[in-house]
Design a binder for this molecule. Structure first.
Ligand code: NDP
Length: 337
């Protein structure tokens, strides 16, 4: 059983050498009398929160990784053996699994059975999985969007951002995204239909850039990055604007988070800033799935994935999130079926 092992807690930017690939043993049978599942992992998801589990404190939502054990994350897997009455051999599932070829899953809460296989299975790590519900809940529920509003999305070409922008366009909003390369900016404008997009790495003054793209200000900011971008956005919010704080990836590798200076805007412009966790919206999964599957089938939503082949490519793919190496949703392909 090939596995990606987490070595030890880290500070600063994660490196490939913080993990190593090795081969462990696993019995390809569920222990008698347990409700466990034995699964073959097919697609593994690289998600920014995984960096937070590489520090000894973990987060309020997740325990930290255990040094010397395989890292865990979201993935798509096939059930090979089941002691659980709700799952049987051959079922396809998505949820938390191990970064290894085969996993024995003892906790089945949060594991969803995959019923629609007419779309790529890897989509259940992204558009039809955790990042998908994040975009859906964050945009429709937290942002309270209205037709015609001005929407700004950061990390806009990523797993969550590309969907938020497309939901906003479908609602009739004016949407601008920021991303970290020319290629990503092109993708935002030409593939995902954003009204405009810019490379934040080439903007020495983010406040001035936002004033150029939003001369009338921003009604909705979908926050994925934090730090300097948030500070600049605060200077450009409109009255009664909303900021949905999905994540702040620019802060995940820092020992001390950067200060945010322009918080008074929240009062002057009566802005609502709200953080959210995707897990609170899991009960809406089937409603979300119907909504997004219909858009995919009608060709109204596009999804770009970055597939890294083989478990060995996992560590590089995961750390690539923090330098923006991924173009679209970063997936590790363990096996295609
Ligand atoms: P992405 O697919 O967008 O990948 C991460 C991207 O972040 C990179 O490609 C890079 O793109 C950008 N990035 C990396 N470092 C920085 C930096 N220092 N400054 C600005 N941008 C940076 O990730 P996801 O779509 O999976 O996640 C997006 C956000 O959503 C994250 O903050 C994540 O933690 C959060 N999240 C929150 C959830 C919740 O429940 N609240 C659930 C899921 C995700 P670029 O080239 O553009 O710089």
């Amino acid at each position: 059983n090939k596995q990606v092992i987490f070595k030890d807690y880290i500070t600063g930017f994660p490196k490939e050498s913080d993990m190593h690939v090795t081969t462990g043993n696993i019995k390809l049978k569920v222990p008698a009398g347990t409700k466990a599942l034995l699964v073959k992992n097919l697609y593994l998801s690289c998600d920014p929160y995984m960096r937070i589990l590489m520090r000894s404190q973990g987060s309020d939502l997740f325990s930290p990784y255990t040094p010397g054990s395989p890292i865990t994350g979201f993935g798509v897997a096939k059930v090979l053996d089941s002691g659980h009455p709700d799952f049987k051999e051959g079922d396809l599932v998505w949820g938390t699994t191990g970064w290894e070829e085969y996993s024995l899953l003892t906790a089945t809460e949060g594991l969803f059975k995959i019923q629609h296989t007419e779309v790529p299975l890897s989509y259940y790590t992204g558009i039809l999985g955790m990042p998908g519900i994040t975009a859906y809940a964050g945009f429709y529920e937290v942002c309270s969007p209205k037709k015609g509003e001005y929407v700004f999305v950061s990390a806009a070409s990523g797993a969550v951002g590309q969907l938020v922008g497309q939901f906003a366009k479908l609602m009739g909003c004016y949407v601008v995204g920021s991303a970290g390369s020319k290629e990503k900016v092109e993708l935002l404008k030409n593939k995902f239909g954003f009204d405009d997009a810019f490379n934040y790495k080439e903007e020495p003054d983010l406040n001035a850039a936002l004033k150029r793209y939003f001369p009338e200000g921003i009604d909705i900011y979908f926050e994925n990055v934090g730090g300097k971008m948030l500070d600049a956005v605060l200077l450009n919010m409109r009255i009664h604007g909303r900021i949905a704080v999905c994540g702040m990836i620019s802060q995940y590798n820092l020992d001390q988070p950067e200060g945010v200076h322009n918080l008074m805007t929240i009062v002057y412009k009566t802005v609502r800033i709200e953080g959210f966790s995707v897990f609170d919206y899991y009960p809406q999964y089937s409603k979300f799935l119907d909504h997004v599957l219909a858009y995919i089938k009608d060709g109204k939503i596009k999804y770009v994935e970055d597939l890294a082949e083989g478990l060995e490519s996992g560590p590089a793919a995961l750390i690539g999130l923090f330098s923006g190496r991924n173009v679209g949703k970063q997936v590790v392909v363990v096996d295609h079926r």
